[in-house]
Design a protein around this ligand. Sequence first.
Ligand SMILES: NC(=O)c1ccc[n+]([C@@H]2O[C@H](COP(=O)([O-])OP(=O)(O)OC[C@H]3O[C@@H](n4cnc5c(N)ncnc54)[C@H](O)[C@@H]3O)[C@@H](O)[C@H]2O)c1
Length: 348
Amino acid sequence: MIHPLTYVNSVEEIQTRIQSLQADKVAVLVDTNTEQHCFKEIVSALPQGSQVFTVPAGEESKSLSTVEALIEKMSRAGYSRQSLLICLGGGVVTDLGGLVAGLFHRGIRYMHIPTTLLAQVDAAIGGKNGVNVGKIKNIAGLFTQAEDILVWPYLLRTLPQRELISGMAETVKHALIADTGLWAQLQNADLGSPKIAVSTLRRSAAIKMAVVKEDVNEKGLRKVLNFGHTLGHAIEAFMQLNKTPILHGEAVAVGMMAAAVLSREISNFAPAACTEVIAMLKRNYPLPTVSQRDAQAIVALTKRDKKLEAGTVKFVLLSSFGQAGFGYEVSDEQMLSALAEIGMIQAA
Ligand SMILES: NC(=O)c1ccc[n+]([C@@H]2O[C@H](COP(=O)([O-])OP(=O)(O)OC[C@H]3O[C@@H](n4cnc5c(N)ncnc54)[C@H](O)[C@@H]3O)[C@@H](O)[C@H]2O)c1
């Protein structure tokens, strides 16, 4: 069962939610940044004796070795099946903590308190928890639902602007796949503005929640949420391997530019709409450039994506603003040509 999102405005409200779960012990998972900036905001909501487990900030913490280390620490500290894990952080902490909670004692209750925009509108919603293995993102995981997802927009005030803009990529995605009104609101907006982020937060999160509720285990409809993510994940992984990492939302933004071109070529997305999407994304997100050879490596990485079905890469594409479909087959040549058209491939 998926629990609704709860928007809170004070630490007292968080305390009430934690108390209502009557856990025998409470653990809080943070990363080094949320420990510094966010933990102090919620500490008074925690019962006495709660322990904090800190992982290094960054995608590298989403690993099976971190999962193992956390499970060992929680076991040694006497956490039981009646305990509660609170994940206080961005998508890294919520993905990792959700998986730890799903595995520890075959599953304990967990609560998300997302602290990045990306996690408030996307990663913390839907119970898709997982870690990366080698080059492959989110390949090991579980579907397990949080007991509570508490969204406190106040926690965003310390978030660096680059992270805020990265999170807005998921709101842009929600607009493109499901909400023409939201797209109209965003089209000429400055995506680095906290005002825009907060004013679109609920609408964006509601789209994710509505899709997830229809298809909890991603058998069909939920796949539309992967718009921009097939090439986006491959670009993110490639840049990481290349030691020039970019943020998740930045990679998804480039993936959406390429997906707009593919939508025009394959699913009748209007050429003017495609141009509009690319222009908006280019105004707000950096476009990394790579050689033809590197672009081929990126395309090869899409074959490692979870969205591979029967050996072919399947894409989510748009047929118009607010209308997305899934299961479109896309060839390597079409992907390369889309990356070239958006200007990502530099001549040698
Ligand atoms: N499960 C899902 O459905 C889903 C959906 C989208 C993304 N994701 C995953 O989410 C991850 C990306 O999430 P993210 O962008 O939140 O990254 P993140 O968790 O790495 O957070 C980004 C950075 O902001 C810092 N930070 C977090 N909150 C802060 C705050 N309030 N003040 C100051 N600094 C703060 C973090 O320490 C980190 O350095 C990826 O691993 C991605 O795969 C999962």
